[in-house]
Write a protein that binds this ligand. Structure first.
Ligand SMILES: [Fe+2]
Ligand SMILES: [Fe+2]
Length: 340
């Protein structure tokens, strides 16, 4: 291979073509991002260090264990895909030569989501006595039906990755993560509710920590929006509107109920999920009821709408929770930018 020895010919190297993959600068900008980063260091937690010694899966029936494990599996369809999603976005903060604190904040989200994924894995493994909910041998009829649900969720959740990878280099961070805020607001609320209602100390601790993490993610997203939306290109506005609708459809599966026209699921899916949730609830694992989830979701969406209205970005119609706006009909799993 021919190798040019520029250093033999010139005193200084030629300028590195920009933008290259990383800056060699630590530009300060958004003060709020520094605060969030500092909080993320103070609030680091370790899923393996929670009080697992107080948790005895044998104190539950197999139906209860499988029902609670189903809920963690549902969550892990989102949280197990979050580390690669945010790792990719984290690389983008370097390619874009983002502010120092913004790079660190995306690093913290990647780490948090890795923690959430680990928590899902620990809970599922202890509940089922097995480390893979898709190949586990169910012990009850409900467990059987729940596993079929889980397989469909997993199938659906795998479909956005190629589209996401193509979208990341094309759009600014604040556009990519426009529906992130709504997800984080709703997630923060639902996890706080689950922490309050949880009977098991270990789940209570986990939900408190996860809810706190999601609150920080929300603040990161908010700071990014406040920094970038005032100078947003006109063509990016309609993409944001579409992303909000996509975010609603995608995240509804865990924060509310999966919309049929978007998620490819068997007809008895929702019935099975509701049965699992009822069994889990009776066993002291507090999954909010349908109406509570709906109201939580609606409030999160209205919060986001309040933010977007400030920047004159049209909001999509979300008739499922009674919100009017621009009709968006052509959203596919393939063009979703997943956020959690
Ligand atoms: Fe998460
Ligand atoms: Fe998050």
């Amino acid at each position: 291979m021919a190798r040019t020895n520029l250093a033999m010919e010139t005193e200084f190297p030629p300028p590195t073509e920009q933008p290259n993959v990383f800056p060699l600068s630590w530009r300060q900008g958004t003060a709020k991002m520094e605060e969030i980063w500092a909080a993320s260091r103070r609030e680091v937690w370790d899923p393996a260090a929670l009080s697992w010694d107080t948790f005895d899966p044998d104190s539950y029936t197999w139906e209860e264990r499988e029902a609670i494990a189903y809920w963690w599996t549902l969550l892990s369809v989102f949280d197990a895909s979050a580390p690669p999603v945010f790792a990719n976005a984290f690389i983008k903060t370097y390619e874009d030569h983002e502010e120092d604190a913004v790079r660190r904040c995306f690093f913290s989200v990647t780490q948090d989501e890795q923690n959430h994924e680990q928590m899902c894995g620990l809970a599922i493994t202890k509940l089922l006595g097995y480390d893979d909910p898709l190949t586990y041998e169910p012990k009850t009829d409900l467990g059987m039906a729940a596993q079929r649900n889980a397989k469909w969720l997993y199938f659906n959740g795998g479909r956005y990755w190629e589209g996401y990878k193509q979208a990341v280099p094309k759009y600014p961070l604040a556009v990519l993560f426009s529906s992130f805020l709504m997800g984080e607001i709703a997630a923060a609320t639902i996890f706080h509710q689950m922490a309050e209602g949880a009977r098991e100390p270990v789940f209570q601790e986990a939900f408190t920590n996860i809810g706190r993490d999601e609150g920080r993610h929300m603040a990161i997203c908010m700071s990014l929006m406040e920094r970038d939306y005032p100078k947003l290109a006109v063509e990016d506005r309609s993409l944001i509107t579409k992303q909000i609708r996509a975010g609603y459809l995608f995240l509804s599966a865990v924060l509310f109920e999966p919309p049929e026209d978007f998620w490819d699921l068997p007809p008895d899916f929702i019935d099975v999920q509701r049965r699992c949730e009822a069994v889990a609830r009776d066993a002291g694992f507090h999954v909010p009821e349908y109406e509570a989830k709906k109201e939580n979701w609606r409030q999160a969406i209205l919060n986001l709408k309040g933010v977007l209205d400030k920047f004159d970005i049209p909001f999509p119609a979300i008739p499922e929770v009674g919100i009017t706006g621009e009709e968006i009909n052509d959203v596919e799993m393939e063009d979703i930018i997943p956020v959690f």
